[in-house]
Design a protein around this ligand. Sequence first.
Ligand code: G6P
Length: 281
Amino acid sequence: MNSSITAQTGFAHLTDLPCITLQYGNATAVISLYGAQVLSYRPAPDVDKLWLSPLAQWHNQTPIRGGVPVCWPWFGPADSRVNPKQNKVPNHGVVRTRMWQLVNQHTDDSHANATLEITVDDLPHHAGDVTLQLQVILDSRLTINLCCNTSLPQQAALHSYFAITELAQTRVQPLPRQYSDKVTATTVSDASEQAIFNAEVDRVYPSPAASLQLLMPDSVVNLNQQGQDATVVWNPWVERSRQITDLRDDSYLEFICVETARLQLDEAAPLNLTQQIKAAT
Ligand SMILES: O=P(O)(O)OC[C@H]1O[C@H](O)[C@H](O)[C@@H](O)[C@@H]1O
């Protein structure tokens, strides 16, 4: 299969955004250097498995709404273990809104592969430089690996926005029956191993299975994860879609987030987190 990696300026309406495109046979993936964010994954030319908000922006320290944001070294608001002085810091860490460098690329007849890197020297809980790498491999599936060799307290998430067609008929399975519900701030025991979407969903599922399925009426996406201790499932529903400025009022009908996350902060450790996306149909 022929493969290539090309630099390009702009993707969708983000016309001045520096990006690279990986191509492998008929499949393509577009990665923004701002945030090292995969914005598009098309296993075939006509269908994007990822969702990008039509209102997404990237200027003025705005994280891009859609694709696969990289959350690091904290998830959500920063805990005191990663932000001891409780400085004012952005949600989901600091690397969504910084430029990364393309440090390695390789293509052959079995895949296309690019590695982006960023060095951060201003973490509130760690003196000195920390280097983070994101490797994206495109073959018959898309593999995204986030790696940090420094031992430090660090959370991370590959916060994927999946494009869906019928929210009411979309399912994620199998999921642990017990989860932490961020909407009600309670722990919930569900009778089912499926997540369905008929209200705001913002859930942290601890110890998830390595393989999950996103079931939609017309397609299935298989998700594989490694290095995670949680899967986060999010859909903002009606009110939050209205409140979030880079979502349209009805954007909640177009995506669900299924996020491969490492959330433990009890021990300082290196990081090696992977999400693989394979379109089954
Ligand atoms: O608006 P953002 O900072 O990108 O966060 C978007 C969402 O990310 C995760 O899914 C969290 O669990 C949600 O609570 C949060 O609202």
